[in-house]
Design a protein around this ligand. Structure first.
Ligand SMILES: [Zn+2]
Length: 419
């Protein structure tokens, strides 16, 4: 039922039967458009019952292609143990331990369908791992450009998945420059290369939009009053908003919309700054630095859409310091039993702040997105133990300090091992 692609800036339509990047006229992000009237006639939300618990249960509203799937999506919507009307959507349970699985499953599915061979991606970490896994499952080559200080799990998983990894001395924006350089080479098109950067191909948004469908389905086809979303590139925010519009056209939900709330790290908060200044686009954030690697995106390509969604949904953008994020990560683990990615735990910081200011009410149903598993940040969290547990600083060095940079022998429960 996919009919065409449409530019989100100028509305120009493009055919969906071949690989497309951004709008050639104005660089606008292209959205996949469907014959929603026909889908509405042929498929109702009731028909979802009994379907496989993956994001492909919504294949009626996804491009028709043989999916490259590792079981992504339909993650649990966990009621918070601490706040009665809060739900935590735990994306850490996806393949490769993060929400990136959804976008890359859809993206690699379409890349395989179009006969592409080599997929290039600049990544702050988790998208790299996800591309590497899905490319492996599809027998395609993944070429990954990521900052050399990404969490160790991201480097190691890419290696094991057989991806070609280039570690870049810089941020994701520097990695994007490397991919742009590669694109100018003669062999780019001839050898079946394609740039699958965030929002520079249309299908990662399609994968991520399934989070919006799941929020509605898991809450009994009603939307919450607010969604708090840790925003780096912002694809999930774009995707969920698109999903709400599609679902309204399908009559699966009404015209109500949640307040969309962006949380960023104080060490890299370009959307928060632009929002507070009333701007329609963001400026490059200088010297971005935060423990939440996925939020280290100095200038998201979809900035104009993110800010538009904040405005239309009467949402807000808030920041959280690394100390607040680390404390919230520990708090969630202890209180909820959820070992979250720091990016996800930032949602808790935002929720507390917005309750304190009265922007959110305790009776509001709010969904917080934990975008990944804390297990992928072990080195980062271990190295920052002292920032949330000052009393440990004066005692023995943290395991990370003991283990790195060089391999050290330690005794744990009788096991002697170099780590
Ligand atoms: Zn355009």
């Amino acid at each position: 039922m996919l009919t065409h692609l449409e530019c989100t800036r100028c509305g120009q339509r493009y055919p969906a039967d071949r690989p497309q990047s951004v709008c050639p006229k104005d660089g606008g992000i292209l959205y996949a458009r469907y014959d929603l009237a026909a889908i509405k006639r042929e498929f109702s939300s009731a028909q979802l019952t009994g379907r496989a618990p993956t994001m492909w249960r919504y294949d009626a509203i996804l491009p028709a292609a043989d999916p490259v799937s590792l079981g992504e999506g339909f993650t649990p919507m966990l009621p918070s143990c601490e706040f009665p009307n809060v739900f935590i959507k735990d994306e850490g349970l996806n393949p490769t331990g993060s929400f990136k699985a959804r976008g890359l499953s859809a993206c690699v599915t379409m890349a395989r369908r179009f006969g592409l061979k080599k997929l290039a991606i600049p990544s702050a970490g988790n998208a790299a791992g996800a591309l590497a896994a899905y490319a492996a499952a599809a027998s395609l080559e993944a070429h990954i450009f990521m900052p050399k200080d990404v969490p160790a799990a991201n480097r190691i998983e890419c290696d094991y998945y057989g991806a070609h990894v280039t570690l870049v001395d810089g941020l994701i924006s520097d990695c994007a420059k490397k991919v742009a350089e590669l694109k100018t080479s003669d062999s780019w098109e001839k050898d079946g290369w394609f740039d699958v950067s965030t929002t520079k191909e249309p299908y990662r948004v399609e994968g991520k939009k399934t989070m919006g469908y799941e929020v509605a389905e898991q809450l009994g086809w009603r939307l919450p009053q607010a969604i708090i979303y840790p925003t780096g590139g912002g694809v999930g925010l774009l995707g969920m908003w698109k999903a709400f519009e599609e679902m309204e056209a399908l009559r699966w939900v009404g015209s109500e919309r949640p307040k969309m709330i962006v949380v960023q790290s104080a060490g890299c908060a370009p959307v928060v700054k632009a929002w507070e200044e009333g701007k329609a686009s963001v400026e490059m954030w200088p010297n971005a630095a935060t423990v939440a690697a996925g939020l280290r995106v100095p200038k998201p390509y979809g900035d104009y859409l993110i800010l538009d969604i904040l405005k239309k949904s009467r949402g807000i953008a808030v920041s959280a310091t690394d100390e607040e994020i680390l404390e919230a990560t520990r708090h969630w683990a202890k209180t909820e039993g959820i070992f979250a990615a720091p990016e996800g735990a930032a949602c808790l910081v935002a929720y507390r702040k917005l309750i304190a200011t009265g922007f959110l009410k305790p009776e509001d149903t709010v969904v917080l997105f934990n975008t990944g598993s804390g297990l992928k940040y072990q080195d980062v969290l271990d190295a920052n133990v002292a920032r949330t547990f000052p009393e440990r600083e004066s005692k023995a060095p943290s395991p990370a300090q003991a283990a790195s940079p060089k391999l050290a022998s330690r005794h744990i429960g009788g096991i002697i091992g170099p780590y």
